[in-house]
Design a protein around this ligand. Structure first.
Ligand code: S3P
Length: 434
């Protein structure tokens, strides 16, 4: 599938809501699967990554039922998974493979996990090493660094104290999930805060978890209880609409019920620093996650610096922020973003290469980008098979002169299947074509 994008003086206006948050959806399904009793999850993200998590859980003997407007998961208790007969396939999803590995570290069974070509090239040693210290036996390709992976878990997990070498929520979450079956307290020290959905949701399910500053402590062997979970709208999906409505002159949109957890919502801070007009309205809590409605009006942007502690809070939004920077007055500098090189694709290289085809003026650095704002030109660009690159380029097309074609765009089904429908309903010229 490709996207054909034109600007033709159209504005974005109206109200919309977002699909469920990808990170929160994964966590809701995983915790439900090891809870006692039934969990109903509303607004679960019906995208490829989160469906892959459900398929893996089914292979571990978990009952997952699709109901009208929600999914029901019947938990098997802390160590009740069945040994899977089939390989657990995480598809394109880093969150699925890494968090599942953490969960399986605490189960007395053998399993093999794999993923697609992109996932099999992403580093797994960041979870394999600490999970091995906790007692799991894990083997992988190329010196135990890449999937496919084979794991033999244990229900006698050793509690550890571990300082995260990278500010990764996936690593933190994998260790917490393993720690649920530890006899004692697992302590994780995070030098920089990353998204804390796992910590919040563990508390919702009744785990004994404490957070003090940058130290997280989880007491093991505490039974989790099934819950009713409402998944907030995904701010990482909303990011494309927020940037589009900011950049397309005379636009005004309302995005309802978006998750605005501060460990995730750095995009709002960065865009405001750049001069965006975003009002955060009717803040409320859904299962300990802050949710709000966002009113976005178009505005002129100025270049900025994105670095340091901001990075983990805007990690997945860098491609679309690069588009915002390419349309802003002056220069934007993005530093400390080397983690983007080990995402679904090397996102720094991908966005730099493709935006250059649209006549953006930018330099790629080992850990970031330097972007000078100007007028983009429509072009034929490619997603590199990465959902966030595909959608960021479509937003770029909305402010470019002439037509833009985004090739290989079906990957947007990973996180935002309704992307072009929602944009079209708001009036934007984005069409999906086969
Ligand atoms: C995620 C954590 C981040 C993020 C990814 C989702 C999660 O990855 O980029 O899209 O759900 O925990 P890292 O933990 O590798 O930084």
């Amino acid at each position: 599938m490709k996207l054909r994008v034109t600007c033709d003086g159209k504005v974005l206006s109206g109200t919309c809501s977002m699909p469920g948050d990808k990170s929160v959806s994964h966590r809701a399904a995983l915790l439900a699967s090891i809870a006692e009793g039934t969990t109903d999850i509303y607004n679960y993200l019906w995208g490829a990554d989160c469906l892959q998590t459900l398929q893996c859980l089914k292979r571990l003997g978990v009952v997952v039922e699709k109901r009208d407007g929600f999914i029901r998961i019947i938990g098997r208790g802390l160590d009740g998974f069945q040994e899977p007969e089939e390989i657990l396939d995480a598809g394109n999803s880093g969150t699925t493979i890494r968090l599942l590995l953490g969960l399986l570290a605490g189960q007395d069974l053998f399993a093999v996990l794999t993923g697609d070509k992109s996932l099999c090239q992403r580093p797994m040693d960041r979870v394999i090493n600490p999970l091995s210290m906790m007692g799991a036996q894990i083997q992988g390709r190329f010196g135990n660094r890449y999937a496919p992976l084979a794991i033999r878990g244990t229900c006698e997990v050793r509690p550890i104290e571990y300082t995260l070498p990278v500010p990764s929520a996936q690593v933190k979450s994998a260790l917490l999930l393993a720690g649920l079956n530890a006899s004692g307290t697992t302590t994780i020290i995070q030098p920089l805060p990353s998204r804390d959905h796992t910590e919040r949701m563990l508390q919702v399910f009744g785990a004994r978890l404490k957070v003090k500053g940058n130290v997280i402590q989880l007491a093991g062997k505490k039974t989790l209880k099934g819950q009713v979970i409402k998944v907030p709208g995904d701010i990482s999906a909303a990011a494309f609409l927020i940037v589009a409505a900011t950049l397309v002159r005379d636009s005004e949109i309302m995005i309802q019920s978006v998750g605005v957890n501060s460990t995730r919502a750095g995009i709002l801070d960065v865009l405001k620093m750049m001069g965006a007009d975003i009002q955060i309205q009717d803040m409320r809590l859904w299962n300990k996650e802050p949710v709000a409605d966002l009113l976005v009006k178009s505005a002129d942007l100025e270049g900025t610096v994105i670095e340091g502690e901001l990075l983990p809070r805007v990690l997945d939004e860098i491609p679309v922020l690069a588009v915002a920077a390419a349309a802003a007055r002056g220069e934007t500098v993005i530093r400390d973003a080397d983690e983007l090189r080990v995402k679904e694709t090397d996102r720094l290289q991908a966005i730099a290469t493709e935006l250059r085809k649209m006549k953006a003026v930018l330099k790629e650095k080992p850990d970031g980008l330097r972007i000078r704002g100007g007028q983009l030109q429509g072009a034929r660009v490619n997603s590199w098979g990465d959902h966030r690159i595909a959608m960021a380029l479509a937003v770029a097309g909305l402010i470019a002169r002439g037509e833009t074609i985004v090739e290989d765009a079906s990957c947007l089904n990973i996180s935002f299947p309704a992307f072009s429908d929602i944009f079209r309903k708001l009036g934007a010229g984005i069409d999906a074509q086969n």
